[in-house]
Design a protein around this ligand. Structure first.
Ligand code: 3PG
Ligand code: MG
Length: 396
Protein backbone atom coordinates (compact mmCIF):
# COMPACT_ATOMS: atom_id res chain seq x y z
CA UNK A 1 0.00 0.00 0.00
CA UNK A 2 1.16 3.50 -0.80
CA UNK A 3 2.19 5.50 2.22
CA UNK A 4 0.84 8.82 3.37
CA UNK A 5 1.49 11.21 6.24
CA UNK A 6 -0.90 11.38 9.16
CA UNK A 7 -1.42 13.59 12.21
CA UNK A 8 1.48 11.67 13.76
CA UNK A 9 3.77 13.31 11.20
CA UNK A 10 2.31 16.82 11.23
CA UNK A 11 4.65 18.16 13.91
CA UNK A 12 4.00 21.24 16.10
CA UNK A 13 0.62 22.71 15.20
CA UNK A 14 0.21 25.17 18.07
CA UNK A 15 -1.03 28.48 16.63
CA UNK A 16 -0.92 27.14 13.09
CA UNK A 17 -3.94 27.35 10.82
CA UNK A 18 -4.95 23.88 9.68
CA UNK A 19 -7.46 23.49 6.84
CA UNK A 20 -9.30 20.24 7.52
CA UNK A 21 -11.51 18.80 4.77
CA UNK A 22 -14.35 16.85 6.33
CA UNK A 23 -17.46 15.29 4.81
CA UNK A 24 -20.34 16.88 6.73
CA UNK A 25 -22.81 16.16 3.93
CA UNK A 26 -25.38 14.61 6.26
CA UNK A 27 -29.04 13.86 5.57
CA UNK A 28 -31.39 16.47 7.07
CA UNK A 29 -35.16 16.74 7.46
CA UNK A 30 -36.96 19.81 8.83
CA UNK A 31 -33.64 21.38 9.74
CA UNK A 32 -32.54 18.38 11.82
CA UNK A 33 -29.75 15.94 11.07
CA UNK A 34 -31.30 12.48 10.64
CA UNK A 35 -28.02 10.53 10.64
CA UNK A 36 -25.00 12.10 12.32
CA UNK A 37 -22.49 9.33 11.47
CA UNK A 38 -20.36 11.67 9.37
CA UNK A 39 -20.39 14.40 12.03
CA UNK A 40 -19.13 11.88 14.57
CA UNK A 41 -16.49 10.59 12.15
CA UNK A 42 -15.05 14.11 11.93
CA UNK A 43 -14.63 14.50 15.70
CA UNK A 44 -11.32 12.68 16.37
CA UNK A 45 -9.32 14.76 13.89
CA UNK A 46 -10.87 18.12 14.73
CA UNK A 47 -10.67 17.51 18.49
CA UNK A 48 -7.06 16.28 18.34
CA UNK A 49 -5.89 19.29 16.34
CA UNK A 50 -7.76 21.72 18.59
CA UNK A 51 -6.33 20.00 21.69
CA UNK A 52 -2.88 20.38 20.20
CA UNK A 53 -3.48 24.13 19.92
CA UNK A 54 -4.12 24.41 16.20
CA UNK A 55 -6.53 26.91 14.67
CA UNK A 56 -8.86 24.43 13.01
CA UNK A 57 -10.58 25.54 9.83
CA UNK A 58 -13.08 22.93 8.68
CA UNK A 59 -13.89 22.76 4.98
CA UNK A 60 -17.02 20.90 3.91
CA UNK A 61 -19.74 20.74 1.28
CA UNK A 62 -23.49 20.21 1.50
CA UNK A 63 -25.32 18.78 -1.49
CA UNK A 64 -24.69 19.76 -5.07
CA UNK A 65 -25.71 23.44 -5.24
CA UNK A 66 -25.75 25.15 -8.63
CA UNK A 67 -25.60 28.49 -6.84
CA UNK A 68 -25.37 29.47 -3.16
CA UNK A 69 -28.67 28.95 -1.31
CA UNK A 70 -29.41 29.03 2.44
CA UNK A 71 -30.47 25.37 2.18
CA UNK A 72 -26.95 24.42 1.14
CA UNK A 73 -25.12 26.56 3.67
CA UNK A 74 -22.81 24.69 6.03
CA UNK A 75 -24.19 27.06 8.70
CA UNK A 76 -27.01 24.50 8.98
CA UNK A 77 -24.65 21.86 10.34
CA UNK A 78 -22.55 24.17 12.54
CA UNK A 79 -24.79 23.65 15.61
CA UNK A 80 -25.23 19.88 15.15
CA UNK A 81 -21.47 19.57 14.68
CA UNK A 82 -20.85 21.68 17.78
CA UNK A 83 -23.11 19.28 19.72
CA UNK A 84 -21.19 16.14 18.74
CA UNK A 85 -17.83 17.87 19.07
CA UNK A 86 -18.65 19.28 22.49
CA UNK A 87 -16.93 22.61 21.87
CA UNK A 88 -17.84 25.86 20.09
CA UNK A 89 -17.77 25.97 16.29
CA UNK A 90 -17.67 29.41 14.69
CA UNK A 91 -19.23 29.74 11.24
CA UNK A 92 -17.21 31.72 8.68
CA UNK A 93 -18.60 32.97 5.37
CA UNK A 94 -16.31 33.19 2.33
CA UNK A 95 -16.88 36.91 2.21
CA UNK A 96 -14.42 38.37 4.74
CA UNK A 97 -12.98 34.94 5.61
CA UNK A 98 -9.40 36.20 5.92
CA UNK A 99 -10.34 38.73 8.64
CA UNK A 100 -12.47 36.21 10.53
CA UNK A 101 -9.68 33.62 10.47
CA UNK A 102 -7.13 36.18 11.68
CA UNK A 103 -9.27 36.76 14.78
CA UNK A 104 -9.19 33.08 15.82
CA UNK A 105 -7.08 31.83 18.73
CA UNK A 106 -5.13 28.56 19.17
CA UNK A 107 -7.60 25.73 19.92
CA UNK A 108 -10.51 27.46 18.15
CA UNK A 109 -12.62 25.54 15.65
CA UNK A 110 -14.29 27.25 12.71
CA UNK A 111 -16.48 25.88 9.93
CA UNK A 112 -16.18 27.62 6.58
CA UNK A 113 -19.11 28.09 4.22
CA UNK A 114 -19.91 25.36 1.66
CA UNK A 115 -16.83 24.85 -0.52
CA UNK A 116 -19.15 24.34 -3.49
CA UNK A 117 -20.31 27.96 -3.17
CA UNK A 118 -16.90 28.92 -4.61
CA UNK A 119 -17.08 28.96 -8.40
CA UNK A 120 -14.08 26.86 -9.39
CA UNK A 121 -14.15 24.45 -6.42
CA UNK A 122 -15.51 21.61 -8.52
CA UNK A 123 -13.25 22.33 -11.50
CA UNK A 124 -10.25 22.46 -9.15
CA UNK A 125 -9.45 25.95 -10.42
CA UNK A 126 -5.91 26.96 -9.31
CA UNK A 127 -7.17 30.43 -8.30
CA UNK A 128 -9.69 28.91 -5.92
CA UNK A 129 -7.02 26.57 -4.58
CA UNK A 130 -4.79 29.59 -3.91
CA UNK A 131 -7.61 31.59 -2.33
CA UNK A 132 -8.45 28.81 0.14
CA UNK A 133 -4.82 27.85 0.72
CA UNK A 134 -4.07 31.44 1.75
CA UNK A 135 -6.30 30.93 4.81
CA UNK A 136 -4.17 28.08 6.17
CA UNK A 137 -0.65 26.79 6.78
CA UNK A 138 -1.33 23.04 6.64
CA UNK A 139 -3.91 20.80 4.97
CA UNK A 140 -5.55 17.69 6.39
CA UNK A 141 -7.91 15.58 4.29
CA UNK A 142 -10.24 13.56 6.49
CA UNK A 143 -13.04 13.05 3.94
CA UNK A 144 -12.59 9.65 2.30
CA UNK A 145 -16.22 9.76 1.20
CA UNK A 146 -15.52 12.85 -0.95
CA UNK A 147 -12.11 11.62 -2.17
CA UNK A 148 -13.50 10.42 -5.51
CA UNK A 149 -13.87 14.12 -6.40
CA UNK A 150 -10.86 16.02 -7.77
CA UNK A 151 -12.10 19.31 -6.33
CA UNK A 152 -10.03 22.21 -4.99
CA UNK A 153 -10.81 21.30 -1.36
CA UNK A 154 -10.38 17.53 -1.82
CA UNK A 155 -7.41 17.42 -4.18
CA UNK A 156 -5.96 20.78 -5.21
CA UNK A 157 -5.00 21.91 -1.71
CA UNK A 158 -2.84 18.81 -1.20
CA UNK A 159 -0.48 20.11 -3.89
CA UNK A 160 0.06 23.59 -2.47
CA UNK A 161 0.16 22.99 1.31
CA UNK A 162 1.89 20.31 3.40
CA UNK A 163 -0.78 17.56 3.27
CA UNK A 164 -1.80 14.89 5.79
CA UNK A 165 -4.49 12.25 6.20
CA UNK A 166 -6.87 12.82 9.13
CA UNK A 167 -7.77 10.04 11.58
CA UNK A 168 -10.96 8.97 9.78
CA UNK A 169 -9.19 8.96 6.41
CA UNK A 170 -6.32 7.00 7.92
CA UNK A 171 -8.71 4.38 9.35
CA UNK A 172 -10.50 4.03 6.00
CA UNK A 173 -7.29 3.63 4.03
CA UNK A 174 -5.91 1.04 6.43
CA UNK A 175 -9.11 -1.00 6.57
CA UNK A 176 -9.75 -0.88 2.84
CA UNK A 177 -6.13 -1.68 2.05
CA UNK A 178 -6.39 -4.78 4.20
CA UNK A 179 -9.61 -5.87 2.50
CA UNK A 180 -8.82 -5.60 -1.22
CA UNK A 181 -5.23 -4.39 -1.43
CA UNK A 182 -3.50 -7.11 0.52
CA UNK A 183 -6.23 -9.46 1.78
CA UNK A 184 -6.00 -12.82 3.43
CA UNK A 185 -7.59 -15.43 1.17
CA UNK A 186 -10.09 -16.90 0.61
CA UNK A 187 -11.69 -13.54 -0.13
CA UNK A 188 -15.44 -13.17 -0.68
CA UNK A 189 -17.39 -10.20 -1.98
CA UNK A 190 -21.11 -9.67 -1.51
CA UNK A 191 -22.54 -7.35 -4.13
CA UNK A 192 -26.22 -6.50 -4.00
CA UNK A 193 -28.47 -3.63 -4.91
CA UNK A 194 -30.94 -3.02 -7.68
CA UNK A 195 -28.93 -2.64 -10.84
CA UNK A 196 -26.12 -4.39 -12.67
CA UNK A 197 -25.64 -1.25 -14.77
CA UNK A 198 -24.35 0.79 -11.81
CA UNK A 199 -21.96 -1.93 -10.69
CA UNK A 200 -20.48 -3.36 -13.89
CA UNK A 201 -17.04 -1.95 -13.14
CA UNK A 202 -17.23 -3.19 -9.56
CA UNK A 203 -18.06 -6.72 -10.74
CA UNK A 204 -15.39 -6.71 -13.44
CA UNK A 205 -12.74 -5.64 -10.95
CA UNK A 206 -13.87 -8.10 -8.30
CA UNK A 207 -13.91 -11.23 -10.45
CA UNK A 208 -10.17 -10.81 -10.94
CA UNK A 209 -9.53 -10.41 -7.21
CA UNK A 210 -11.96 -12.45 -5.14
CA UNK A 211 -12.32 -16.20 -4.71
CA UNK A 212 -16.09 -16.05 -4.18
CA UNK A 213 -18.57 -13.53 -5.53
CA UNK A 214 -22.04 -13.52 -3.99
CA UNK A 215 -24.55 -11.63 -6.12
CA UNK A 216 -27.86 -10.59 -4.57
CA UNK A 217 -30.58 -7.97 -4.86
CA UNK A 218 -32.25 -7.02 -8.12
CA UNK A 219 -28.87 -7.51 -9.82
CA UNK A 220 -29.02 -11.24 -9.20
CA UNK A 221 -32.23 -11.41 -11.25
CA UNK A 222 -30.42 -10.10 -14.32
CA UNK A 223 -27.77 -12.79 -13.84
CA UNK A 224 -30.45 -15.48 -13.42
CA UNK A 225 -32.11 -14.26 -16.62
CA UNK A 226 -28.72 -14.44 -18.36
CA UNK A 227 -28.55 -18.08 -17.31
CA UNK A 228 -31.95 -18.71 -18.87
CA UNK A 229 -34.00 -18.79 -15.67
CA UNK A 230 -37.61 -17.60 -16.05
CA UNK A 231 -37.81 -14.82 -13.44
CA UNK A 232 -41.45 -13.77 -13.93
CA UNK A 233 -42.05 -10.09 -13.18
CA UNK A 234 -38.86 -9.67 -11.16
CA UNK A 235 -36.99 -6.38 -11.39
CA UNK A 236 -34.19 -6.92 -13.92
CA UNK A 237 -32.32 -5.13 -16.68
CA UNK A 238 -33.02 -7.31 -19.70
CA UNK A 239 -30.63 -5.24 -21.84
CA UNK A 240 -27.81 -6.15 -19.44
CA UNK A 241 -28.02 -9.94 -19.78
CA UNK A 242 -25.13 -10.07 -22.28
CA UNK A 243 -22.98 -8.04 -19.89
CA UNK A 244 -23.96 -10.39 -17.08
CA UNK A 245 -22.96 -13.39 -19.21
CA UNK A 246 -19.59 -11.77 -19.98
CA UNK A 247 -18.98 -11.27 -16.27
CA UNK A 248 -19.81 -14.92 -15.59
CA UNK A 249 -17.32 -16.00 -18.26
CA UNK A 250 -14.64 -13.69 -16.88
CA UNK A 251 -15.25 -15.09 -13.39
CA UNK A 252 -14.84 -18.65 -14.59
CA UNK A 253 -11.55 -17.79 -16.29
CA UNK A 254 -10.30 -16.11 -13.12
CA UNK A 255 -11.29 -19.04 -10.90
CA UNK A 256 -13.83 -16.94 -9.08
CA UNK A 257 -16.90 -18.88 -7.95
CA UNK A 258 -20.09 -16.89 -8.52
CA UNK A 259 -22.96 -17.63 -6.14
CA UNK A 260 -26.47 -16.95 -7.38
CA UNK A 261 -29.55 -17.87 -5.35
CA UNK A 262 -31.23 -21.20 -5.97
CA UNK A 263 -34.19 -20.58 -3.74
CA UNK A 264 -35.95 -17.26 -3.35
CA UNK A 265 -38.84 -15.47 -1.68
CA UNK A 266 -41.39 -14.40 -4.24
CA UNK A 267 -44.69 -12.49 -4.21
CA UNK A 268 -47.07 -10.90 -6.67
CA UNK A 269 -46.50 -7.43 -5.22
CA UNK A 270 -43.89 -5.58 -3.21
CA UNK A 271 -45.76 -4.85 0.02
CA UNK A 272 -45.25 -5.74 3.68
CA UNK A 273 -45.96 -9.48 4.15
CA UNK A 274 -48.13 -9.79 1.02
CA UNK A 275 -50.66 -12.67 0.97
CA UNK A 276 -49.02 -14.10 -2.17
CA UNK A 277 -45.64 -14.50 -0.40
CA UNK A 278 -43.97 -17.89 -0.79
CA UNK A 279 -40.54 -19.49 -0.99
CA UNK A 280 -39.59 -21.53 -4.04
CA UNK A 281 -36.76 -22.86 -6.15
CA UNK A 282 -35.61 -20.34 -8.81
CA UNK A 283 -36.91 -22.70 -11.48
CA UNK A 284 -40.46 -22.57 -10.11
CA UNK A 285 -41.22 -18.85 -10.35
CA UNK A 286 -44.63 -18.16 -11.90
CA UNK A 287 -45.07 -15.58 -14.65
CA UNK A 288 -46.82 -13.13 -12.33
CA UNK A 289 -44.40 -13.45 -9.40
CA UNK A 290 -41.30 -11.46 -8.56
CA UNK A 291 -38.18 -12.27 -6.58
CA UNK A 292 -37.95 -10.08 -3.47
CA UNK A 293 -35.36 -11.85 -1.35
CA UNK A 294 -33.17 -14.94 -1.19
CA UNK A 295 -34.65 -18.10 0.28
CA UNK A 296 -33.50 -19.94 3.43
CA UNK A 297 -31.50 -22.63 1.60
CA UNK A 298 -29.55 -19.96 -0.29
CA UNK A 299 -28.84 -18.08 2.92
CA UNK A 300 -27.54 -21.24 4.55
CA UNK A 301 -25.30 -22.02 1.57
CA UNK A 302 -23.93 -18.47 1.59
CA UNK A 303 -23.26 -18.65 5.32
CA UNK A 304 -21.17 -21.75 4.58
CA UNK A 305 -19.18 -19.75 2.00
CA UNK A 306 -18.49 -17.04 4.56
CA UNK A 307 -17.33 -19.65 7.06
CA UNK A 308 -14.47 -20.79 4.82
CA UNK A 309 -13.36 -17.24 3.96
CA UNK A 310 -10.88 -15.00 5.78
CA UNK A 311 -11.88 -11.66 4.26
CA UNK A 312 -15.26 -10.19 3.26
CA UNK A 313 -16.11 -7.04 1.31
CA UNK A 314 -19.82 -6.17 1.25
CA UNK A 315 -21.75 -3.63 -0.80
CA UNK A 316 -25.49 -3.66 -1.32
CA UNK A 317 -28.46 -5.51 0.21
CA UNK A 318 -29.53 -8.98 -0.93
CA UNK A 319 -33.27 -8.30 -1.09
CA UNK A 320 -35.87 -5.53 -0.99
CA UNK A 321 -34.76 -4.94 2.61
CA UNK A 322 -36.85 -1.85 3.26
CA UNK A 323 -40.08 -3.89 3.07
CA UNK A 324 -40.51 -6.70 5.63
CA UNK A 325 -39.92 -9.62 5.51
CA UNK A 326 -37.58 -9.06 2.53
CA UNK A 327 -34.72 -7.99 4.80
CA UNK A 328 -34.51 -11.57 6.09
CA UNK A 329 -31.58 -12.82 3.97
CA UNK A 330 -29.55 -9.61 4.33
CA UNK A 331 -30.03 -9.58 8.09
CA UNK A 332 -29.22 -13.28 8.46
CA UNK A 333 -26.06 -13.14 6.35
CA UNK A 334 -24.93 -9.90 8.02
CA UNK A 335 -25.33 -11.54 11.43
CA UNK A 336 -23.30 -14.54 10.29
CA UNK A 337 -20.56 -12.20 9.06
CA UNK A 338 -20.66 -10.28 12.33
CA UNK A 339 -20.43 -13.47 14.41
CA UNK A 340 -17.50 -14.81 12.35
CA UNK A 341 -15.76 -11.46 12.72
CA UNK A 342 -16.25 -11.45 16.47
CA UNK A 343 -14.88 -14.99 16.69
CA UNK A 344 -11.76 -13.67 14.99
CA UNK A 345 -11.93 -15.73 11.80
CA UNK A 346 -13.06 -13.04 9.38
CA UNK A 347 -12.00 -9.53 8.42
CA UNK A 348 -15.25 -7.85 7.32
CA UNK A 349 -15.48 -4.53 5.53
CA UNK A 350 -18.71 -2.97 4.28
CA UNK A 351 -19.69 0.32 2.70
CA UNK A 352 -22.28 2.22 0.70
CA UNK A 353 -25.41 4.05 1.86
CA UNK A 354 -27.94 1.19 1.59
CA UNK A 355 -25.44 -1.26 2.99
CA UNK A 356 -24.95 0.72 6.17
CA UNK A 357 -28.73 1.07 6.54
CA UNK A 358 -29.09 -2.72 6.13
CA UNK A 359 -26.34 -3.44 8.66
CA UNK A 360 -27.99 -1.03 11.07
CA UNK A 361 -31.24 -2.94 10.65
CA UNK A 362 -29.36 -6.14 11.49
CA UNK A 363 -27.81 -4.37 14.49
CA UNK A 364 -24.28 -5.40 13.51
CA UNK A 365 -22.55 -2.18 12.40
CA UNK A 366 -20.23 -2.30 15.40
CA UNK A 367 -19.45 -6.00 14.94
CA UNK A 368 -17.93 -5.66 11.48
CA UNK A 369 -14.19 -4.99 11.28
CA UNK A 370 -14.87 -1.75 9.45
CA UNK A 371 -17.89 0.02 8.03
CA UNK A 372 -17.13 2.84 5.62
CA UNK A 373 -19.09 6.09 5.73
CA UNK A 374 -18.60 6.48 1.98
CA UNK A 375 -21.08 5.86 -0.82
CA UNK A 376 -19.74 6.78 -4.26
CA UNK A 377 -16.11 6.75 -3.09
CA UNK A 378 -16.51 3.22 -1.69
CA UNK A 379 -17.88 2.02 -5.04
CA UNK A 380 -15.03 3.64 -6.98
CA UNK A 381 -12.60 1.99 -4.60
CA UNK A 382 -14.32 -1.36 -5.26
CA UNK A 383 -13.95 -0.63 -8.97
CA UNK A 384 -10.18 -0.53 -8.43
CA UNK A 385 -9.94 3.15 -9.37
CA UNK A 386 -7.50 5.65 -7.92
CA UNK A 387 -9.37 8.20 -5.83
CA UNK A 388 -7.93 11.67 -6.61
CA UNK A 389 -8.22 12.88 -3.01
CA UNK A 390 -6.30 9.84 -1.77
CA UNK A 391 -3.78 9.88 -4.62
CA UNK A 392 -2.88 13.48 -3.80
CA UNK A 393 -1.95 12.47 -0.23
CA UNK A 394 0.31 9.61 -1.27
CA UNK A 395 4.05 9.97 -0.91
CA UNK A 396 6.06 8.66 -3.84
C1 3PG B 1 -21.57 11.85 -0.60
O1 3PG B 1 -22.55 12.20 0.05
O2 3PG B 1 -21.55 10.83 -1.29
C2 3PG B 1 -20.32 12.67 -0.48
O3 3PG B 1 -20.51 13.73 0.41
C3 3PG B 1 -19.90 13.16 -1.83
O4 3PG B 1 -20.91 13.96 -2.38
P1 3PG B 1 -21.00 14.12 -3.95
O5 3PG B 1 -21.43 12.78 -4.49
O6 3PG B 1 -22.03 15.20 -4.19
O7 3PG B 1 -19.65 14.52 -4.47
MG1 MG C 1 -22.56 10.65 -3.75
Amino acid sequence: MASFRTLDDIGEVRGRRVLVREDLNVPMADGRVTDDTRLRAAVPTVAELADRGAIVLVLAHIGRPRAPTPDHSTARVARPFEDVLGRPVRFIDWEGAAGAVAALRPGDVALLENTRFLAGEETNDPQVVQRVAALGDLYVNDAFSAAHRAHASTEGLAHVLPAFAGRAMEAELKALGKALGDPEHPLVAVVGGAKVSTKIDVLRNLVGKVDHLIIGGGMANTFLAARGVAIGRSLAEREMTDTASDILVAAERANCTVHLPYDVMVAKELAPSPPSLRTCNVHEIAGDEMILDLGPAAVEALADVLKVCRTLVWNGPLGAFETPPFETATVALARTAAALTQEGGLVSVAGGGDTVAALNLAGVVDDFTFVSTAGGAFLEWMEGKDLPGVKALELD
